[in-house]
Design a protein around this ligand. Structure first.
Ligand SMILES: Nc1ncnc2c1ncn2[C@@H]1O[C@H](COP(=O)(O)OP(=O)(O)OP(=O)(O)O)[C@@H](O)[C@H]1O
Ligand SMILES: O=P(O)(O)O[C@@H]1O[C@H]([C@H](O)CO)[C@@H](O)[C@H](O)[C@@H]1O
Length: 235
């Protein structure tokens, strides 16, 4: 399988192989297909070389300098700073958006697949007021602080940003992601975000939809309590 580098990387190639190997191994460990892992590793190594390779300590030095570091919990990055940093090293910024009220297997599959597309995944989450206007009375079930915490706990999510408007366009104009992702319950051509991304050459994608999973359905089943029928997990 031949995977061309996304761009001709000018810089110190020292460390590019290690960057490739580490990225590919991590992607495979996250469940990526071999071809996905190789594509991701090629893009990451090209970005590493462009950003100065092993000669640029900022790419490999731990915050606070060399030496043993406590395994402190990963703090969610600031979405705007993350997008800037990834773009500066030639990486691909992927973003998605939604309410993510009661997180379910469909959400997690979408987020994991979205992360594999680029070099970071930023989740744009509707504020509580925005969810209430969109989803109706009694929503959100989970306040935004909890929705942020749950999303930030997923290894595939690098940062979360909240927006209060009815649609994420103003936030997208600030983040300028290369790729905008939604689930298969949407059509990319019909998304209002598609036109916004086109302003800077970005593109919108829809990814596979896991049938039978939705927050609404989860809430309905939870309300039925023990009388609810079992979900058919194979679907
Ligand atoms: N079953 C699913 N499989 C894949 N993606 C999904 C699934 N359900 C929702 N998504 C995607 O997750 C994102 C957040 O959607 P949302 O929070 O509205 O989920 P939902 O479960 O449909 O919620 P609700 O039932 O409240 O409408 C959207 O991009 C949506 O396309
Ligand atoms: O969780 P949902 O219902 O997928 O989130 C909504 O998605 C809309 C979509 O991106 C089309 O614009 C968005 O406009 C809305 O603000 C919610 O995020």
């Amino acid at each position: 399988m031949y995977v061309p580098a996304p761009h001709r990387a000018q810089g110190d190639p020292c460390g590019a192989g290690d960057c490739f190997a580490a990225t590919a191994a991590g992607a495979l460990a996250d469940g990526a297909l071999p071809e996905e892992a190789v594509q991701l590793a090629v893009a990451e190594a090209a970005g590493f070389v462009t950003a100065g390779g092993a000669g640029n300590p900022a790419l490999w030095e731990l915050p606070g300098g060399p030496g043993p570091h406590p395994t402190e919990p990963r703090r969610p990055a600031d979405a705007h700073a993350l997008a800037e940093a990834v773009r500066a090293r030639g990486g691909t910024v992927v973003a998605t958006g939604g309410c993510f009220d009661l997180l379910h297997a469909g959400h997690v599959g979408l987020l994991q697949n979205a992360r594999r597309i680029g070099d970071c995944l930023i989740v744009c989450v509707n504020s509580d007021a925005s969810v209430g206007r969109l989803k109706g009375p009694g929503r959100p079930i989970n306040p935004v602080a909890d929705r942020i915490r749950v999303l930030s706990g997923l290894g595939c999510v690098d940062a979360v940003a909240v927006f209060d408007e009815d649609t994420p366009e103003p936030l997208l104009r600030q983040l300028r992601p290369d790729v905008w992702v939604k689930g298969g319950d949407y059509s990319a051509d019909a998304l209002p975000e598609t036109a916004v991304l086109r302003d800077w050459g970005g593109r919108a994608l829809v990814l596979p939809y896991l049938d039978g999973r939705s927050t609404t359905e989860l809430a309905r089943r939870a309300a039925l309590g023990p009388h609810t029928s079992p979900l058919h997990p194979h679907r």
